[in-house]
Design a protein around this ligand. Structure first.
Ligand code: DLL
Length: 432
């Protein structure tokens, strides 16, 4: 029923496995220059249960940067076969190295993730994410091959060619970044195809924050089932947490990772079900183990057991990153709150951007919103009302009234990779 027997281990068995692996991780990590120093006085006997992980120190992005490139490696470079780098959305990238065993284990986790949403060896999977240093390329690719799927390494962009490949090879599974999926769905129609007639059944969407409204939109526009996929380069890449067919949160593969959720200010665990910063530890990676990594991603554990029968805990969709937060007129705002409102409005098209501007001495946001072609009418009053209604709904959610600018569909440039949702224009223009 499941890809791997560990998926239904009893919690006590899973936690025993975790602590056993955690001890081995600490022993192994000490072979690296970084942890050799940081954990030199740590007594391994302090790790009696999985929750004793809190006795270990955190690792931050700055730690990884300060150790760039080789400071976390536990063995000689000869043992490594691959490297990837994080996208560096916030600052300089960090490099992650894999031994052959690490690649194999990662491919297994990916295959397991895909299996959990019904992908089988008879499927044809088109990987529409960028290849190269980004883990969404080769990470998904190896997982798909491990599962036995015919794998089409289409890469990002080039909509027409994507459609041709999908039709020619009867592609049933897409791996696609959610913001690109919205754009792509629209292009498919513009190219004269009916999404309902396309061979696809399943979309694996991840690599960037998106809301439930966005998922629903993708599902409706494309006539597809879309499943959320979470991961980060520091923890291999995709395949860290994945939805199952229930679509009620993402199972963290707890035989391979320990997940914790902390209050970012105090570093203490939050109460069960509360939102905080996700902290992750690798349990099976041999070449570059990372202990208690502060992901800066905000989420919560979903209480209770999943109907699918897997015992691995679920995290909720990522609501944003600790460093994504905007403070406007003293109010904390996350871009996903804005997306949630916009994607629930039928008049709103498939793209938007949040611009951070200055008005007088105050910071303000201007939300540029694409309007669907059929709603972009010549009557100014209609557009004016739509603008007002968007501003009012946003104000209801974020508690400040943003500037709203309506633009024609396709007016906002679409990157093939992760969407840039917030643009800081405060130093570039004077708005008064
Ligand atoms: O984005 C790995 C990946 C590739 C995941 C393909 C899923 C599919 P990085 O480039 O290192 O790795 O970026 C990791 O992206 O810390 C989150 O902030 C964000 N992120 C990844 N998946 C999701 C998701 C890959 N499903 C960073 N929802 C992470 C929200 C996500 N944010």
């Amino acid at each position: 029923m499941f890809y791997h027997p560990s998926e239904s281990l009893k919690r006590s068995e899973l936690e025993n496995l975790q602590v056993e692996r955690l001890r081995a991780v600490v022993e192994n990590a000490r072979k690296s220059p970084f942890y050799g120093e940081r954990l030199k006085d740590f007594d391994i006997r302090e790790l009696q249960t999985a929750s004793d992980i809190t006795k270990l120190p955190f690792t931050t992005k700055d730690d990884l940067r300060s150790q760039y490139p080789y400071g976390l490696l536990t063995r000689s470079l000869d043992d490594f076969v691959r490297l990837h780098a994080s996208s560096g959305t916030t600052g300089t990238p960090t490099a992650v190295f894999y031994t052959q065993k690490d690649i194999d284990q990662w491919a297994d986790l990916m295959a397991r993730s895909m299996y959990a949403v019904g992908v089988r060896r008879s499927d044809v999977l088109q990987n529409m994410s960028g290849y190269g240093l980004f883990t969404g390329g080769l990470g998904i690719h190896y997982g798909s091959e491990r599962l036995g799927c015919l794998t089409v390494p289409a890469g990002a962009g080039n909509t027409r060619r994507q459609i041709k490949l999908i039709r020619d090879f009867s592609v049933t599974v897409l791996h696609i970044i959610p913001s690109f999926a919205l754009y792509f769905a629209q292009k498919v129609v513009e190219e004269g195809f009916d999404p309902a007639e396309m061979p696809w059944k399943v979309a694996l969407i991840g690599a960037e924050p998106h809301t439930e409204e966005t998922r629903r939109r993708i599902e409706e526009l494309m006539h597809i089932k879309a499943y959320n996929s979470y991961g980060l380069s520091e923890m291999n890449g995709p395949g860290v947490a994945f939805e199952c067919t229930e679509q009620t949160g993402m199972h963290v593969w707890e035989d391979a990772y320990i997940a914790e959720i902390i209050d970012p200010a105090t570093g203490e665990h939050v109460a069960e079900g509360e939102v905080g910063e996700l902290v992750m530890t690798t349990l099976t990676r041999e070449g570059m183990p990372i202990i208690r990594y502060r992901t800066r991603d905000l989420t919560r554990f979903i209480p209770g057991q999943c109907a699918c029968g897997r015992t691995h805990r679920r995290i909720d969709r990522i609501t944003g990153r600790a460093d994504d937060m905007l403070i406007i007129k003293g109010v904390n705002i996350y871009p996903m709150q804005i997306e949630q409102v916009l994607m629930a409005m039928p008049e709103v098209g498939q793209n938007y951007v949040i611009e951070l501007i200055r008005e007088g001495f105050m910071d303000q946001i201007r939300v540029k919103v694409e309007v669907k072609e059929e709603y972009f009418v010549e009557d100014m009053r209609v557009l004016r009302n739509l603008q007002k209604s968007i501003a009012a709904r946003l104000c209801n959610e974020i508690l400040v009234t943003p500037r709203v600018e309506l633009v024609m569909h396709d007016a906002i440039p679409k990157a093939a990779g992760k969407a840039v949702r917030v643009v800081d224009l405060r130093d570039q223009e004077k708005d008064s």
